[in-house]
Design a protein around this ligand. Sequence first.
Ligand SMILES: NC(=O)c1ccc[n+]([C@@H]2O[C@H](COP(=O)([O-])OP(=O)(O)OC[C@H]3O[C@@H](n4cnc5c(N)ncnc54)[C@H](OP(=O)(O)O)[C@@H]3O)[C@@H](O)[C@H]2O)c1
Length: 262
Amino acid sequence: MTDDLRPLAVVTGASSGIGYELARCFAEDGYDLIVCADGADIQEAAQAIGSSGAKVEAVRADLSTPQGVGELYQRIGGRPVDALAANAGVGLGHAFLDQDFDDVMRVIDTNVTGTLKLIHLVGRDMRQRGRGRILITGSIAGLMPGAFQAVYNATKAFLDSFSFAIRNELKDSGVTVTCLMPGPTDTDFFERAGLMDTKVGQDKKADPAGVARTGYEAMKRGEGDVVAGLKNKLQAAVAAVTPQSVLAEQHRKMAEPGSGQA
Ligand SMILES: NC(=O)c1ccc[n+]([C@@H]2O[C@H](COP(=O)([O-])OP(=O)(O)OC[C@H]3O[C@@H](n4cnc5c(N)ncnc54)[C@H](OP(=O)(O)O)[C@@H]3O)[C@@H](O)[C@H]2O)c1
């Protein structure tokens, strides 16, 4: 059981990449953790995250399904959650009509439906207690139509927007909502999304530890959003004043299969 004196954080997608590094930030900061991912390697990740002295409980659950989200919520078991990092997510490269529709649905079910269901459950508890921090991993991908990654970018546009909307709804509740918007980050994401032969797949990327730290600090300050990295901040600012058709064409150059070999 968690020591009542230590705050509790729940981090999804904590077996690798940004989520793993977010969990390490919480552990170093004195939180106990419940970490969740779909694969068996969440156990090993939990052990490594706990090496700094935090109590870390691993939950293996598929958050693209209502059962998986229910399982994670059950494992929280009514313990007060001080912080929720809703970070689990998957990408999917290639043209929309060339994608397997089951894969398309898995992206939507993981990034949007599962994320919302978990925030709905944990967020209600936080509102009732009058405190809590929610950190949602969106993306600067949500600021541009993602030609050759259309569904993924649309899920991130959903989260970027949703995050600011519920932040506003909760403004007098003691619960803060922060959206971490990373740019390309050096994780398993690109391999898993089938993007390794693309320009964005092959370009240099940000260190996930730095990205997570940026998000973590913004969450602690209760900020609305944070774009990780100067280059991405500039890209986000330019995207805001660029026509959607131009952004889609730019995205094609980054994500079209074979673009990495040019
Ligand atoms: N890397 C980037 O360039 C980048 C940029 C902007 C935003 N992001 C976002 O950052 C978040 C983390 O991605 P990452 O880059 O760190 O990639 P990653 O290393 O592939 O991590 C993804 C994490 O999500 C988990 N996950 C995926 N599907 C799941 C499911 N159905 N149920 C439970 N857990 C699931 C994975 O666990 P399993 O392996 O067990 O499935 C893994 O722990 C995602 O939301 C992604 O969209 C990434």
